[in-house]
Design a protein around this ligand. Structure first.
Ligand SMILES: Cc1cc2nc3c(=O)[nH]c(=O)nc-3n(C[C@H](O)[C@H](O)[C@H](O)COP(=O)(O)OP(=O)(O)OC[C@H]3O[C@@H](n4cnc5c(N)ncnc54)[C@H](O)[C@@H]3O)c2cc1C
Length: 472
């Protein structure tokens, strides 16, 4: 019998638990499958650029697998609902006795996998599932009382003690004997997901590219703790899209950081320490989502914040979405998202806080817009980031600590280099005026620049937000 490996958001041949185990135990070879589920992706607000990136990576994976004589088949199914039947039929057609896959942790995905497992069971096909998406499986860390952590710092302490035992990177499986199953043609596009962004050039597909980025980042990981907040420079790895699609594993990332620090990360390895901390945040938000599934059903982590009286203002929401708020750093961030499918972390915090605090617009609308546009859109991380910024989540920023958009740009884009790149109409505006409301208004008038007026006075917006939170 053959083994069937079902690829999802783990689009790589190296360090892939399910693939590795399937190859180890296969008697008559391995067959791979990827399911294209457009309606489901629509329902999940998956961005067109992300879907295009997935398809390009499936294509690249298919080529890597072909070199190992593993054919990759494409299964078309509008939603998850038909997958149990279709996967069983496919397994039977190719005489596969077992189905292997890596776990996904979102509510719909867990439901889908349970239904597939039941259908396989009925059909006499065994199912093997693996933890692969995060470094430490979500349920492996718990409080003394056996609960999920709701605060990062104590979670991180336990995570640190377990890191080394989990950073084991597996090779790609060995080349198998050729089998008589032809690979499918991978679609290059899917109806309903047309990306306006030049995705291939900005985010080239493939494991080689992800590894290239990781190695390039290793050279300056030492400067991460100082460079990570500056959007004008390449101070971060820009691996999030690759991690979200599973083109690279978080273990491979942690292994690089350990290697760059000589095997263990000590006090003096500040850059590596902070970077690994981000990988821990990634694990943590998945841990939170598994422990509190309500967060993936549009509910706040802190139930009390359910009662916030959010403003319903389509005009303000659109100004934010389009990068026309009149606040240069906010607009630069939103335009980066719209043009490239990615936004720098500092700006994700600034723009998310601006929407939820200064504009007092529901975080769920921002979360959705990010998901619809991000190449790295990931339910757990996106939800975690939004709820942090909106002060509705775990560990979130206290509601009264509201980022002042001008102080943020002064501190993190002092010369206005990034702002001017994303908002070229402000090219001639002196840097100092970019960080000061009155000077900006004057410079815009003097230079006759076409730049939108403020959507809200940030001081008034701040007071309004404070009042809304105090009213809880
Ligand atoms: C409002 C908001 C929404 C966000 N939405 C997402 C999202 O949908 N998908 C996503 O991957 N990240 C999200 N983040 C986290 C973070 O902004 C991105 O992971 C980061 O900007 C990606 O750039 P990078 O790969 O260069 O990161 P690096 O700084 O190089 O970090 C390395 C990796 O660690 C992970 N990571 C870094 N920061 C975080 C974090 N705060 N939370 C969880 N994981 C993190 C990412 O996988 C990232 O690729 C969001 C943050 C905020 C504030």
């Amino acid at each position: 019998m053959k083994n069937l490996v079902w690829f999802r958001r783990d689009l790589r041949a190296q360090d892939n638990r399910a693939l590795f185990e399937a190859a180890q135990t296969a008697q008559d070879g391995v067959v791979a499958v990827y399911a294209v589920t457009p309606q489901q992706w629509m329902q999940h607000d998956d961005a067109a650029c992300k879907v295009q990136f997935w398809l390009a990576n499936v294509q690249s994976l298919s080529q890597s697998l072909a070199k190992l004589n593993i054919p990759l088949l494409i299964l078309k199914s509008d939603t998850f609902a038909e997958l149990p039947k279709k996967l069983v039929a496919l397994a039977k057609k190719h005489q596969c006795g077992s189905l292997f896959f890596n776990r996904e942790y979102e509510v719909n995905e867990v439901l889908r996998d349970d239904q597939v497992a039941r259908a396989c069971d009925t059909a006499g096909i065994s199912v093997q599932r693996f933890h692969d998406r995060v470094i430490i499986p979500p349920r492996e860390i718990s409080t003394k009382e056996g609960r999920f952590y709701g605060v990062f710092t104590p979670y991180r302490k336990v995570w640190d003690t377990k890191l080394m035992e989990h950073v084991i990177v597996l090779p790609a499986p060995k080349k198998q004997k050729s089998i008589d199953v032809p690979a499918s043609t991978v679609p290059t596009s899917v109806k309903g997901f047309k990306s306006p962004k030049d995705i291939d050039a900005l985010w080239p597909a493939g494991e080689k590219e992800a590894q290239r980025r990781l190695i390039a980042f290793a050279d300056h990981i030492a400067e991460y703790s100082t460079g990570r907040d500056l959007p004008a420079i390449d101070g971060t790895s820009r691996l999030s899209g690759y991690l979200a699609a599973g083109v690279i594993s978080p273990r491979q990332c942690a292994a690089m950081a350990l290697e760059a620090s000589g095997g263990t990360i000590n006090e003096q390895d500040e850059g590596a320490r902070v970077w690994v901390s981000e990988l821990a945040w990634r694990d943590f938000y998945t841990h939170v989502m598994v422990g509190s599934p309500r967060v993936s059903m549009h509910r706040p982590f802190k139930s009390k914040t359910e009662a916030i009286n959010w403003r319903d203002d389509q005009g303000d929401l659109e100004a934010w979405q389009q990068g026309r708020t009149g606040y240069p750093i906010v607009d630069a961030g939103m335009r980066q998202l719209n043009q490239t499918g990615w936004m720098h972390n500092r700006l994700r915090m600034v723009t998310a806080m601006f929407l939820t605090k200064h504009l007092l617009i529901d975080w769920r609308l921002g979360e959705r817009y990010f998901m619809e546009n991000l190449i790295d859109g990931d339910l757990a991380a996106n939800n975690g980031g939004w709820q942090w910024s909106a002060s509705t989540g775990t560990d979130s920023v206290p509601y009264f600590r509201i980022f002042n958009p001008f102080s943020q740009s002064k501190r993190f884009d002092t010369e206005g280099e990034f702002i001017k790149k994303m908002c070229p109409e402000l090219k001639e505006v002196p840097a100092k005026a970019l960080h000061d409301g009155a000077k900006l208004t004057k410079a815009i008038a003097d230079l006759e620049v076409e730049y939108p007026p403020y959507v809200v006075d940030y001081k008034e917006g701040r007071e309004r937000a404070l009042a809304a939170f105090k009213a809880l």
